[in-house]
Design a protein around this ligand. Structure first.
Ligand code: SF4
Length: 412
């Protein structure tokens, strides 16, 4: 039976009235049907003892906690190193990293209208949802879940106007937060507005709901209808998924992936390399192979963005190269197409390799358009986790100001 959605006004009232401050109508429906509960208080996790509850409460008072009963069911509580546990359960070490930046990629500097970012010529980001199906402990946008953050805008009027006036933009990424946390009616209206801009050729969604709450897709045929209607032979919709570990690909998730593929959506995956979650070649190759097998080819792996509270997830670039290259030996050519990149404030930097003296990079996309494709090298530094580590006094890396950078001749 199709889920009936109330008017947006009513849904908004329910959101405001919900105990945890945000409960769109589809969540109420799915929750009732599947006995799915959202959990925002660590004390509601029975597998943790009183002492753990107390310690983790101190962490969640600083960096919010949110998950749901389905995602918790994927954790093996007998394994203290369980990867899902690391992704979503707070860790006291987060409080040892409170001086790092909250906005590692300086997204505030590329915000051109409420909820709209424009960094690379052809691409605009619309940040429209202020919530995710869970909160990843390593999240690089955790600031948007904090109070008083206004980078997300549920009203996209100004974003649409900006994109209409910038004909060089030919693709849009709908993100946040997770857009699929919005009501289906809202998603439909946003898609219609994007489809009404003639120069927007490609639309992407960024989502981790296939890992956090795959029931969102299984239990809402209306959502699938909306996506199918807007993903047609002339212009498909891409869904960029966010699986970090093979344990997130449950049978429920497989069904949801299958339904999306059958409705004509194209799926690709991106994940950061995360210490203790997926930073070894076997774990990564298992993830890549499984994703490819089920129709979600790996697209990017990311260097973990250094964001307040996530230092314990960082893996040095040199070690990531080793892990990535070894993982690639065990996968097919399709999975090997993925690129290893870092979303730095100056641009998306592809990480190519190293030798005895240098580490090699290339701007996959650059904030300064002329540098897109620019090859460069930096002195080898085995403990560097971010390009700013090559800068004096912790300044932000740029090709123009880094004293040790050497540019390749021409572009690649
Ligand atoms: S899914 Fe993405 S935006 Fe949401 S909490 Fe995780 S890392 Fe952050």
């Amino acid at each position: 039976m199709a889920i009936k959605y109330p008017s947006e006004k009513l849904a908004d009232q329910r959101i405001k009235a919900s105990k945890h401050g945000y409960m769109p109508d589809w969540q109420l429906q799915v929750g009732r049907k599947r006995n799915l509960r959202y959990i925002t208080d660590v004390k509601q996790i029975p597998q943790l003892n009183d002492e753990e509850h107390e310690r983790l409460e101190q962490v969640s008072a600083v960096f919010r906690f949110r998950t749901n009963s389905y995602y918790l069911s994927l954790i093996d509580w007998d394994d203290p190193d369980d990867p899902i546990r690391k992704i979503v359960i707070p860790d006291p070490v987060e409080l040892e990293d409170i001086d790092s930046e909250l906005d590692a990629s300086h997204e505030a500097t590329i915000t051109v209208a409420p909820g709209c970012e424009h960094k690379y010529e052809a691409t605009a980001l619309i940040l429209i949802s202020k919530i995710c199906g869970g909160l990843c402990r390593f999240c690089f946008r955790k600031r948007i879940f904090m109070r008083h953050n206004e980078e997300i805008s549920p009203n996209i009027d100004q974003a649409v106007e900006y994109i209409q006036n910038h004909k060089e933009i030919n693709n849009v990424l709908l993100t946040g937060g997770d857009v699929f946390m919005l009501s289906t009616g809202k998603i439909k209206r946003v898609l219609q507005r994007m489809r009404n801009i003639p120069h927007i050729r490609s639309i992407r969604f960024g989502t981790k709901l296939l890992a956090f709450t795959p029931y969102r897709f299984l239990d809402d045929p209306e959502l699938l209808d909306v996506l199918e209607e807007n993903s047609h032979m002339n212009a498909r919709i891409y869904i960029t998924t966010h699986f970090n570990h093979i344990n997130e690909i449950s049978n429920v998730t497989l069904k949801a992936i299958n339904m999306l593929l059958r409705r004509g959506l194209l799926l690709i995956n991106q994940t950061p390399i995360l210490a203790g979650v997926n930073d070894d070649p076997d774990t990564l190759s298992d993830l890549f192979n499984r994703l490819q097998e089920v129709g979600v080819p790996p697209y990017y792996i990311f260097q973990c963005r250094p964001t307040r509270g996530n230092a314990h997830f960082k893996v040095p670039v040199k070690r990531c190269i080793d892990v990535f290259e070894r993982a690639k030996r065990k996968v097919s050519g399709i999975a090997k197409r993925l690129r290893y990149v870092g979303s730095h404030a100056s641009g998306k930097i592809e990480i190519l390799g190293y030798d005895d003296s240098f580490m090699y990079f290339r701007y996959h996309e650059s904030k300064v358009l002329d540098y897109t494709g620019q090859f460069f090298k930096l002195p080898r530094k085995d403990d560097a986790t971010w390009w700013d580590d090559w800068m004096p006094n912790g300044e932000s890396f740029t090709l123009d100001t880094c004293p040790d950078v050497e540019l390749g001749s021409g572009t690649m």
